[in-house]
Design a protein around this ligand. Structure first.
Ligand code: PFF
Length: 455
């Protein structure tokens, strides 16, 4: 198997195009919907510190590893890993790591799309002024009315899948490169305005800052630590080959270190801003920070319902949230589509239809878990909770562990020096030490802690 010099699917037009596309993948529901609610569920500050540490120590080196593997293999994750393994005289079984990534993409998008659908349902409501003057109870019942109706959820889920497929069919460069350039700055501005609103709610702003940053480790459980690590993978889109595939379109000259740090910083900033926008509303309205997945759908409408121009503000906010989810959704399908195109030799259109239909169908599990299937549980979790736990807390960290081992141990030093293109100095040594020892060690310890091996 020869290693292609360019991906058959194309190349980003510039380093910034890649940064924006990868940031588009990273910034999504994970930052604005998931980060605040899991922080709330896990007691705040200590959880945030573990999450930030995981981004720095595990996330950045792993992002570099994924990009370097992707750019070296320039194919779908399965073939990329098989080709590089062959080149390095290693086992062809590494392809299974790619296969797990493709499977993870199916599972994540199946529930991601349903949540993005809920955000979409909020767009017309916000613009129509439904949230005007809304109380906490009112906001809760508006959200309940949406999630308790499977048909409504299905309609929005279908629309989100169709939107995602429509872009993937065209190839990522055309649609995506352009859209993220507009979406990301706008999202940033609206978030800042929401933070300013939170600051002025009258609720002690420092209560939210304390909640987010005061470290009380007694509140953090073993599962909380695992969730923090899992979220670091989820939010940076790591551990399943999405960034690997985006890396396969990266021009040869681009510095992998610089782009990785930039993406991680932008992603983290958005998550923290989302926290600073949401928690003041939670505390000012006597809501429960541990409310779970419904948190932002039940807090933000209160802010929009009481601020001047909130109707427009809210409408645009949910619209941008949908766009952010959209650019992430695209990156979840891309590895699957690229894989189907390459192994089945079918058109991009056909591959997108196959992948999209299966994901759409799988989405029913999540839809039902909010209403008629609320009681269908396994290991004490609803189908949605199970999919989320399995993918974010198990499959992504496991995939990340193996990717770090692949880049740090399976690939020769000379190959990684060559691909990273930052010489063989101390900076390279830092990356290599992190990839070889620290990242795998941290992931294994957190897993071991969870199953009680260390107690
Ligand atoms: N990073 C996305 C978010 O935070 O919403 C979710 C995601 C996208 C996870 C792509 C994994 C992935 F491959």
């Amino acid at each position: 198997m020869e290693r292609p010099v360019k991906s058959i699917h194309g190349e980003w037009t510039s380093r910034w195009a890649f940064i924006l596309a990868a940031t588009g993948s990273a910034v999504g529901l994970g930052n604005i919907w998931k980060f605040p609610y899991i922080t709330g569920e896990n007691g705040g500050g200590a959880f945030v510190i573990v999450y930030l540490a995981c981004i720095a120590i595990i996330g950045i080196p792993l992002m570099m590893s994924e990009i370097l593997i992707g750019r070296r293999g320039r194919q779908n994750p399965i073939n990329t890993l098989a080709t590089i393994a062959k080149e390095e005289n290693r086992s062809p079984h590494w392809r299974w790591l790619g296969a797990m990534g493709v499977l993870t993409g199916f599972l994540i998008l199946s529930y991601y799309s349903v949540i993005a659908g809920q955000a979409m349902a909020y767009v017309p409501r916000a613009f129509a002024g439904v949230f005007e003057g809304v109380t906490a109870d009112g906001a809760i019942s508006i959200h309940k009315a949406i999630v308790s109706d499977p048909e409504r959820l299905l309609a929005w889920h279908t629309l989100f899948m169709l939107m995602t497929m429509a872009v993937v069919v065209r190839g990522v460069q055309k649609g995506l490169e352009k859209s993220v350039r507009i979406i990301m700055p706008l999202l940033f501005i609206i978030l800042l305005m929401l933070v300013a609103y939170g600051f002025n709610t009258g609720a002690p702003f420092h209560q939210s800052v304390d909640f987010l940053f005061a470290t009380d480790f007694s509140k953090l459980t073993h599962t909380g630590v695992l969730t923090a690590m899992g979220h670091a993978f989820f939010t940076l889109s790591l551990g399943m080959g999405a960034i690997m595939v985006y890396g396969s379109y990266l021009p040869q000259k681009t510095s992998i270190l610089k782009v990785s740090v930039t993406i991680a910083l932008m992603d983290t900033t958005v998550a923290l801003l989302a926290g600073l926008a949401i928690f003041p509303l939670v505390f000012a309205n006597g809501l429960e920070p541990g409310a779970g997945p419904s948190l932002i759908f039940e807090t933000l409408p209160i802010a929009f319902g009481h601020m001047a121009g909130g109707q427009w503000f809210g409408g645009f906010f949910f619209m941008l949230l949908v766009f952010a989810a959209w650019s992430s959704g695209i990156s979840l399908v891309e590895p699957i589509v690229v894989w189907l195109v390459e192994i089945r030799d079918i058109t991009r259109l056909r591959a997108t239809v196959y992948a999209g239909s299966i994901i759409w169908l799988l989405g029913l599990l999540t839809i039902f878990s909010f209403n008629i299937g609320m009681t269908w549980t396994l290991f004490g979790m609803t189908m949605f909770e199970l999919l989320d736990y399995l993918t974010a807390n198990i499959m992504l960290p496991l995939g990340g562990l193996l990717i770090a081992i692949f880049a740090g141990w399976t690939m020769k030093r000379s190959s990684t020096v060559d691909e990273l293109g930052m010489g063989d100095g101390w900076l390279y040594s830092v990356w290599r030490t992190l990839a070889r020892y620290i990242t795998p060690f941290a992931i294994v310890i957190i897993f071991a802690n969870l199953i009680g091996v260390l107690n």
